[in-house]
Design a protein around this ligand. Structure first.
Ligand code: FES
Length: 277
């Protein structure tokens, strides 16, 4: 990238909010650029960045997409920092550093059919991989996105779901909501049951999951019933990333640190670790 240099990921730099998109009543996507109009860093699918707002604080967020001159972060209002970010305006300064985390194992996934399963804001990290697969369409087989949210109003990235991804060759999108409302004519029901109804064949497939822990737990049970093996399944524990550099001790799973070894793990790897995720 022009203007993009190899940087120490611990070194914050001053960024600027280029654009804000309201996705749902409590999720906004922030486009972040540098003060000189460059992309702050290059993030592989599933990697994260640390955003800070002075004097409120800082937190780690998944990069949901990247463009020539910006990174995108879809952020849900869940606390003091995210509330402050939701009050921020385009043009406002933010601190940014990264990238952090291992990201999705793109090379291992190449050549395979990919089933993406996401719930709520969990589509944010998965979106970075979906977009990567679409951009490099010939490197991957069939793509299927199964996405659920609490209500139709809580669906993120609607334009991509209903206008863009459905029109990509050899790609299907299946959406469900926990509770229908208004003019919603799509499926109503939880993601695990919806997945079992759709019953995608495990043959030759890699599965990528992200969502609330309860959804992940039941999706893993459904996948097992449907014949998927743990080494076909990857998930990201990105919500457990705090300092991102192995210093705060808030992300350990048994002997492993999510920030240093993950946040992306296969279900086979997670089966070897204490069930604390
Ligand atoms: S996030 Fe701080 S030690 Fe892993």
């Amino acid at each position: 990238m022009p203007g993009e240099q190899k940087r120490n990921p611990l070194m914050p730099r001053v960024g600027r909010i280029l654009k804000i998109i309201k996705e749902t009543p409590d999720v906004k996507t922030f486009f972040i650029t540098t003060t000189d109009g460059n992309r702050p860093f290059t993030a592989g699918p599933g990697q994260l960045g640390m955003l800070s707002l002075v004097p409120v604080g800082e937190a780690m967020f998944s990069v949901s997409s990247q463009g020539e001159n910006h990174l995108e972060f879809a952020i849900k209002k869940i606390g003091v920092l995210t509330d402050a970010l939701h009050e921020a305006r385009e043009g406002q300064a933010v601190g940014i550093r990264g990238p952090y985390g291992n990201g999705f194992p793109v090379e291992k996934i190449k050549g395979r059919d990919v089933l993406f399963i996401a719930g709520g804001i969990g589509l944010a990290p998965v979106r970075s991989l979906i977009k990567y697969c679409i951009l490099n369409r010939n490197d991957f087989g069939h793509l299927q996105v199964v996405y659920g949210a609490r209500s139709p109003e809580d669906l993120c990235f609607r334009e991509e779901l209903f206008c863009n991804w459905v029109n990509v060759k050899n790609c299907r999108v299946d959406v469900t909501v926990d509770r229908g409302s208004g003019s919603w004519t799509g499926n109503v029901g939880f993601v695990p049951a919806f997945l079992e109804e759709l019953n995608p064949s495990p043959e030759g497939k890699i599965v990528v999951i992200c969502g609330p822990p309860i959804m992940i737990k039941y999706v893993l049970q459904s996948l097992k019933k449907m014949g998927y093996k743990p080494d076909q399944i990857y998930t990201t524990l990105e919500m457990r990333m705090k300092c991102g550099i192995g210093k705060c001790g808030r992300c350990n799973l048994g002997s492993r640190y999510i920030c240093l070894d993950g946040p992306v793990f296969s279900a086979a790897e997670l089966n070897e670790l204490p069930n604390e995720y």
